[in-house]
Design a protein. Structure first.
Length: 225
């Protein structure tokens, strides 16, 4: 999956000399958490809601309200922004972006083209949307989690069984970290064919295959905040 297929391309920006007060108002009015910062039309940094919060006087300060508003109106974005932010290119993969965000402990990235021009914003929500789309969970897919031999061809044998039972494969994810030595853990989501019970029985009976779990996620009543 490529970043350019999941990033936001409608981008609000702020000039480096904009006041912190105005930048805060822009974020609140548009319900956004970060703004790219431009200086003379060129990308100079990024400012987040956290930067603005840290820059604002504490509620415990001895300043009166007028002094606080004056300070925020005089303080510039360039004084509190993150300069030289982490950048990725639009043709980088979404998986790479997820790794960068996790290691850097950030929730968003600025995306540029090959010439270094700002072309998008990628948030952790965008990464999650891509992951959900890739797994197929939103399509009502049935999931098998199977520990199988790490030998070559073991996944191909599973695919052959699914094909014989007219199951449509939506996604396959493989992990080695949570499987026993010499095995890999494979999560496969499918739209079952005519006889799910027969398919399950055949997979379970095959030597070298251990079905860790099988389930259909209930999406009818998802928790909401």
């Amino acid at each position: 999956m490529l970043i350019k297929d999941w990033m936001a391309t409608t981008i609000l920006t702020v000039d480096a000399n904009t006041s912190v007060m105005r930048a805060t108002r822009t974020m609140k009015e548009n319900n956004i958490r970060r703004l790219p910062v431009l200086s003379h039309g060129k990308l100079a940094g990024m400012i987040t809601d956290r930067d603005l919060k840290d820059a604002s006087p504490s509620s415990k300060t001895d300043m009166d309200l007028h002094e606080m508003y004056y300070l925020l109106s005089e303080m510039k974005v360039k004084d509190v922004m993150t300069g030289n932010p982490i950048l990725l290119k639009q043709n980088d993969t979404l998986e790479k972006a997820a790794l960068v965000m996790l290691r850097a402990k950030i929730s968003g990235l600025l995306i540029v083209d090959d010439a270094g021009n700002l072309v998008g914003l990628l948030s952790e929500s965008d990464v999650l949307r891509g992951f959900i789309h890739a797994t197929g969970i939103q399509d009502g897919a049935y999931q098998f989690v199977i520990d199988m031999s790490d030998a070559g061809g073991s996944v191909s044998w599973l695919i052959d069984i699914l094909r014989q039972h007219k199951a449509r494969v939506l996604s396959i994810l493989t992990s080695f970290n949570d499987a026993p030595p010499g095995f890999k853990r494979v999560s496969v989501r499918i739209l079952p064919g005519d006889d799910l019970a027969a398919l399950t029985a055949e997979i379970t009976s095959m030597g070298g295959y251990h079905v860790v779990s099988e389930s259909l996620d209930d999406l009818s009543d998802l928790p909401v905040k």
